[in-house]
Design a protein around this ligand. Structure first.
Ligand SMILES: NC(=O)C1=CN([C@@H]2O[C@H](COP(=O)(O)OP(=O)(O)OC[C@H]3O[C@@H](n4cnc5c(N)ncnc54)[C@H](OP(=O)(O)O)[C@@H]3O)[C@@H](O)[C@H]2O)C=CC1
Ligand SMILES: Cc1cn([C@H]2C[C@H](O)[C@@H](COP(=O)(O)OP(=O)(O)O[C@H]3O[C@@H](C)C(=O)[C@@H](O)[C@H]3O)O2)c(=O)[nH]c1=O
Ligand SMILES: [Mg+2]
Length: 281
């Protein structure tokens, strides 16, 4: 099976390349700020399956670059999805918990109403809508709080900060599921192969368990890494950022388990693997 992946150096793209033989297009071969070029790349490669693992993921910077974020996260996935429809091949796309407003404490199901509270979330929602509007055989996997040994992520930020700080203040009132990029890659490959075999696709949620606050996540990172850095939990209002982040990022992942047999992975086990990989690097 020939699989074409958009994204080469990102967290999820890297893990897909480790787990399967794929053609991965980096920015130099397919720039998502040029959506037509992405559609052309799909026509040129004529693969059996396309997975989009590239995105504009700088949440705070997106507040001042929403137009660019919207082209990359909104328009480009739509152009990719239409190119796949024209070739009659399935398309897998990745989205985010940040499409939700974060109210309440109940886990969100895929069919629950969306209302992003920041520019990144709006741009990702535009991508979901464009992919669905294209019709065809498309799957959208919403995930959250992605981490791995490469690229930028919360685990690497915490480890870096702990080099020079004995104590850190981390928000404890935003709750979600940290998710290892390796598990997302595996889920996308299972979903993509099922679609090549005839599955219609759809909208699904996938995050690691158990749900945690960023402060809980930080404490587990330092516990597993053997660092003495003390984490003080603080409310969101004491950690001002350009982008508003949802308070409740809990995702109900039941339909992915029911349809594809993919359960929520324990992120603490994934964290242990990532820390080991970082140690060996
Ligand atoms: N990171 C997270 O916490 C979460 C991510 N997601 C979603 O998961 C998916 C994968 O994210 P993740 O692996 O973390 O992403 P990363 O931030 O690790 O990597 C993003 C990738 O997109 C590429 N990219 C960015 N802009 C362009 C562009 N204009 N043209 C081509 N490529 C571009 C980057 O390339 P380059 O290296 O050249 O910059 C990089 O390979 C995305 O859809 C993201 O929205 C969902 C929930 C949480
Ligand atoms: C560095 C730091 C962050 N924080 C807070 C800020 C924020 O609320 C939280 C996480 O910070 P980050 O900047 O890593 O989070 P952020 O980049 O917003 O992470 C998001 O990225 C996008 C791409 C997604 O799709 C989301 O699922 C989510 O993973 O931790 C602290 O409280 N203390 C600190 O020292
Ligand atoms: Mg970030």
């Amino acid at each position: 099976m020939r699989i074409l992946v958009f994204g080469r150096t990102g967290q999820v793209a890297t893990e897909i390349q480790r787990q399967a033989e794929v053609t991965a297009l980096g920015r130099e071969l397919a720039d998502l700020s040029d959506p037509m070029a992405c559609a052309e790349a799909i026509r040129d490669h004529a693969p059996d399956l396309v997975i989009n693992a590239a995105a504009y993921t700088a949440v705070d910077r997106a507040e001042s670059e929403e137009d660019l974020a919207t082209v990359i996260n909104g328009v480009a996935p739509g152009a990719m999805a239409r190119a796949c429809v024209n070739l009659g091949i399935p398309f897998c796309h990745v989205s985010t918990d940040y499409v939700f407003d974060g109210s309440g404490a109940a886990p969100r199901a895929p069919s629950d109403p969306v209302a992003p509270c920041n520019a990144y979330g709006r741009s990702k929602l535009a991508g979901e809508e464009a992919v669905r509007a294209a019709g065809g055989q498309a799957a959208i996997l919403r995930t959250s709080w992605v981490f791995s040994a490469h690229g930028g992520n919360f685990v690497k930020t915490m480890l870096r900060l702990s080099e020079t700080r004995d104590a850190l203040s981390v928000v404890d009132d935003q709750i979600g599921g940290p998710t290892p990029a390796a598990d997302i890659a595996a889920a996308l490959l299972i979903m993509g192969r099922a679609m090549v075999a005839g599955h219609a696709g759809g909208l699904y949620h996938f995050s690691g368990a158990p749900d945690a606050s960023w402060a809980d996540f930080a404490r587990e990172i330092f516990a597993q890494a053997g660092r003495a850095t003390v984490v003080t939990g603080i409310p969101t209002r004491d950690y001002p950022t350009p982008a508003v982040r949802p308070q409740n990022s809990r995702l109900d992942c039941g339909s992915l388990a029911a349809e594809f047999g993919i359960g929520r992975p324990d992120w603490r086990a994934g964290l242990a693997r990532v820390l080991k990989e970082l140690e060996q690097a």
